[in-house]
Every structure is written in C-alpha cells, then in structure tokens.
Design a protein around this ligand. Structure first.
Ligand code: MG
Length: 346
C-alpha cells in the first residue's frame, strides 16, 4: 500500500463565529491510501481550537506512512488501526484521516459501501441541523434565509447575552433550534435558568453548556434540565464516556475527535448501553469526512452533518442535502468522488 497526503484550506461561505473566535478558513489534510488500482480517501480537519496543527498532523502522517507503506494489504483493518493508534498519544484527526481512507479503500476493494461492509444497511435520508455562526443582525438574517431548506437550525451561543441572541433568531424563524454554548456558561444557576428558558423557545437540546472541568456542576444542571444536555468538548474518545456518566444526557460524536469511524461506532454502542443519546456531528470539514460519518446516520438521535454546505471549495462530492435531509448514495467505500485535482505528496 501507499499513503499520501495533501494539506488544503477549506474556505467558509461566511466567516464563522463561535464564542471563542471567528475564522474564514479551516485547514484540513486529505489522505489517500492506494492499493492495487484502488484509492481510499480520508480527511483530518483541523480547526484551531482542537489543538492539532497541519505541521503536527503531517509529522504524524509521515510516521504512519512508514507503517502503511510497509503493509501488503489493508487487511485486517482493525489491527492496522490499532497499530496507527499506538504511534502517538494525540493526533486524533490524523488518525481519523487514516481510518476513513482505510475504510474507503476496503469498501472499494470489497465492492460495498461502508454501511454494507459493516452490515448496518443504508440509513434513510435524515434531517440534519444547519449551523448559524455568531454574527451581526443583518448577517444572521441572511444566514437563516440561506438555510431555508433545513428544518432544524443550530446556533452558536456562549455570548454575553444569549437570550438576546435567541430572541434575534426568533424574529426570523420559528424552526426548532439546537443551542451550542461551546463551554461558554459558568454559573450553574444561570445555566439552569437558561435551559428552562430555551425549552420555552423550542430549543431541542443544549450542547456543552459549561467548561469541561465543571463536570459536577454540569451533572446538577442535567439532572433537572427539561432538554437533553449533550457533551461535545467533554467527550473525545471511547474512554471518555465512562468519565462523564451521569453528567450529560448524551454525547456528540465527531470523527476528528474519535479517531475515525471504527471508534465512533464503538462509542455509539457504549452510549446506547449507558442510556446516553447519540448526536453525530462534524467539524467544518469537506464532503469527504462528512460522507464517512453519514454512513453511521441511522444510529444518531440528532444529526448535525451540514459542514459541506458551509464551504465553497469542497474538493469532494458525496452525501446530498435534499429538503434539509442528508442522503447517502450507493457508491463503494464512504461514497465520495474527488471533483478537483489535489496535489498529494509524501
Ligand atoms: Mg459543539
């Protein structure tokens, strides 16, 4: 086999604001694993707050390349991924890129979509939320208008006055909302009041209301919250689920945190066994990683896989968005086609 990679800047349609920063691009690194005449594609999407840089990721991929290039075939996939995982304590996004590319390759070799390969069967088209980043009034109105197809909107809160933000959004739409505070709230009495108020505003869930270190306070809030409280920053990998038990109603699983599809599925199984709701989310990634995650869509209670809609220079096509639903295709592997040339190196 042969592993190559290509750093790339994904450009947002609109500068994207969350409580901690605002950005116009997201660095990503595409990975290609080649075997015989087949190519598997993967992606390591690297928003700054994740703490994984392009240089970091390339250094990790160079290490992984030595391993992958020394192997005669992508089988057994699980064993290869365990060896990739052991190469570094970190680099979750880099590991995800390899997992996705390997699963794509195995699907193509086996002439099966990933969902067929794993025996899940194909998920039906499923409603996804569409994210409205923080912005001024006029831009928020414009973004809500652009998201007309979507039946659920997700807003990035954690501002000085989030009630005012929700009231502004409510001037333009009465669609159900997900609210993501991105750890922005720190007083549990304030958070409790917010959650009851948000419930009255037809907000269906709150994501990561409080900082990761405020687990006990989050548990107190979750215990009485009228809406599900979903862990995002608090849960990256499978082993984190045990640590947050009782503090959240559910978890937001993302490939860039989980190290890829294989561990994401194990996290889904663990969440269900622990009576936790499952949200399937994404970073601001291309159709490559988003189409990979969509393979698991039938296991999600909440789907937040709108990223390809937020970017203008997606080098892949994959899942389609129709009437606010994510729709899988029947193509092999993760179901993506490259639509522009990428300068793979390594
Ligand atoms: Mg989040």
């Amino acid at each position: 086999m042969k592993l190559n990679f290509c750093p790339y800047e994904l450009e947002f349609k609109h500068p994207f604001g969350v409580s901690s920063n605002i950005r116009t691009h997201t660095p990503t690194v595409f990975v290609r694993i080649e075997h015989e005449e087949f190519f598997g594609y993967g992606e390591a999407c690297l928003p700054k707050y994740l703490g994984e840089t392009t240089a970091d990721t390339i250094a990790f991929l160079m290490k992984a390349k030595k391993l992958i290039d020394s192997l005669a075939s992508p089988f057994p996939g699980r064993e290869i991924l365990d060896r990739v995982d052991a190469l570094s304590e970190r680099n979750n996004a880099g590991k995800a890129a390899i997992d996705i590319a390997l699963m794509d390759l195995i699907g193509k070799l086996s002439k099966q979509p990933y969902y067929g390969l794993m025996g899940f069967g194909k998920s039906k088209p499923t409603l996804t939320s569409s994210t409205i980043g923080l912005d001024d009034d006029e831009k928020i109105a414009q973004k809500i208008a652009e998201a007309a197809d979507f039946k659920i909107l997700k807003i990035k809160a954690g501002t000085a006055d989030d009630k005012a933000l929700v009231k502004r959004v409510r001037e333009y739409t009465d669609k159900p909302l997900y609210v993501d505070a991105n750890q922005g709230w720190t007083d549990k009495y304030f958070v409790t009041d917010m959650l009851f108020w948000l419930h009255q505003q037809n907000v269906l869930l709150a994501e990561q209301p409080m900082p990761v270190h405020m687990l006990d306070e989050t548990a107190d809030v979750t215990a009485i919250s009228p809406i599900p409280v979903i862990a995002d920053e608090s849960v990256k990998r499978l082993g984190d689920i045990e640590k947050i038990k009782g503090a959240f109603s559910g978890i937001n699983i993302k490939l860039m945190k989980s190290t890829g599809l294989s561990e994401a599925k194990a996290m889904i199984d663990s969440a269900k066994a622990n009576n936790l709701k499952v949200m399937l989310g994404c970073m601001a990634e291309s159709s490559c990683a988003t189409s990979a995650m969509a393979q698991l869509m039938k296991f999600g209670d909440f789907i937040d896989l709108d990223a390809p809609n937020l970017i203008v220079n997606d080098p892949f096509t994959g899942v389609k968005f129709t009437n606010g639903k994510v729709e899988l295709n029947d193509e092999y592997g993760i179901g993506v086609t490259r639509n522009r040339s990428l300068a793979f190196e390594g």
